[in-house]
Design a protein around this ligand. Structure first.
Ligand SMILES: [Zn+2]
Ligand SMILES: [Zn+2]
Length: 372
């Protein structure tokens, strides 16, 4: 079991938090006392944490089935408030766009490999050897020092999916391409003709569903090990579905101190991130952590040994339907901007937030381990 050292929380941040916890847990009835000054952004974490908003799994002109010059991708990022574009063309790095900062936008270049099950290889020194499948593909990604992320798990066969999931380091729990491809042909024709052009965000939003298969696979893996879950756009810039609309539809927000390739990929790999669906509404911040009685805090993607007095707390930017899950099952549910709950024991804790019945945000997990 790997227990990650906790973030020491700044006093300014924790005091209202603990205060709120005591009040909420004691069933406070007084409105002013029940509305403490909770942190409104990440500055209160105390260590220069910031959120970098990622459009993950983007195809450029270098992919045979996509449109997108570097200028188009950067423009789409600027239009949608995206800080980082992760480009993963099919089996191609050399022919892809140029990595690095383009103005304020950081472009990271990886690749999408495999023909049976698709896997993203991020980071690493070299391209992955061609022609690999299944477990060999995952090993091939490891051999070049890459981070392997299984793409759109709901597409393709169960057998192929199992063969790549076993050794991989992360999963596209949500993929926009799955929802677009699973829409009926007539729905797509109708949307392409009338709605996509006039109302791109609302139309794409109407295609987004809770990723049942993604969550099921993820919860199963999380029951045995830490495993990062991300949201992917799989954006091709084709058939009227612009990169802009895709970038707004689903983003992965990582928590980093510095926005550069190394830190962003490290945060993705460790699951220090959550997924947002912003054609519904913007998500300027979202906080989920587990705290103990000694003011220590564990963030998304981290693990901690169980002890008495632990609490889960969640903060969303506006009143919403907040659901705290334990081992994949809903454990607490609250309408509002915050949820604070005593942690009854070991388990894998993660959060789903809904707005008007639609999935708006989902977190990565904090693992509360039992004592050895
Ligand atoms: Zn693919
Ligand atoms: Zn793709």
């Amino acid at each position: 079991m790997q227990v990650v050292p906790a973030v020491r929380v700044g006093k300014r941040f924790l005091s209202p938090l603990v205060g709120a916890g005591i009040l909420l847990l004691s069933g406070c009835q007084s409105a002013p006392l029940c509305s403490p000054e909770w942190p409104s952004d990440l500055s209160d974490l105390g260590d220069d944490w910031k959120i970098a908003r990622i459009a993950l799994h983007v195809h450029s002109d270098a992919s045979f089935d996509a449109n997108g010059r570097i200028e188009d991708l950067v423009e789409a990022a600027e239009d949608t408030g995206v800080d980082v574009v992760i480009v993963t063309d099919h089996d191609s790095r050399e022919k892809s766009v140029e990595a690095g900062f383009h103005g304020e936008t950081l472009v990271i270049v990886g690749e999408e490999t495999g023909t049976k099950s698709h896997v993203l290889s991020l980071g690493g020194e070299n391209p992955v050897a061609p022609g690999l499948e299944g477990a060999a593909l995952i090993r091939g990604i490891q051999d070049v020092g890459g981070y392997s992320l299984v793409a759109h798990p709901a597409l393709g066969s169960e057998e192929d999916r199992e063969s790549v999931l076993a050794g991989s380091q992360g999963l596209e729990v949500y993929s926009l391409s799955t929802d677009v491809l699973s829409a009926s042909r007539w729905e797509i024709v109708f949307k392409a003709l009338f709605s996509l052009w006039l109302f791109p965000d609302a139309t794409v939003r109407s295609l987004v569903d809770r990723p049942e298969i993604g969550f099921e696979l993820w919860d199963e893996i999380l029951s045995t090990r830490s495993f990062a879950g991300v949201g992917a756009v799989d954006s091709h810039g084709t058939y009227g579905l612009t990169h802009q609309a895709s970038f707004r539809a689903v983003q992965t927000h990582v928590l980093v101190r510095t926005v550069d390739e190394k830190n962003v990929l490290e945060a993705l790999r460790s699951g220090r991130c959550h997924v947002t669906f912003e054609s519904l509404e913007e998500v300027p911040y979202f906080l989920f952590a587990i705290t103990d009685e000694r003011d220590q805090m564990w963030l998304e993607g981290e693990s901690v040994s169980w002890r008495e007095g632990m609490q889960a707390w969640i903060r969303t930017p506006r009143a919403s339907d907040i659901r705290l899950l334990r081992n994949g099952n809903e454990f607490r549910r609250e309408e509002g901007e915050q949820l604070l709950a005593a942690i009854p024991g070991p388990g894998v804790y993660r959060v789903e937030v809904y707005l008007g019945g639609d999935l708006w945000i989902f977190s990565n997990a904090v693992r509360v381990e039992s004592h050895e």
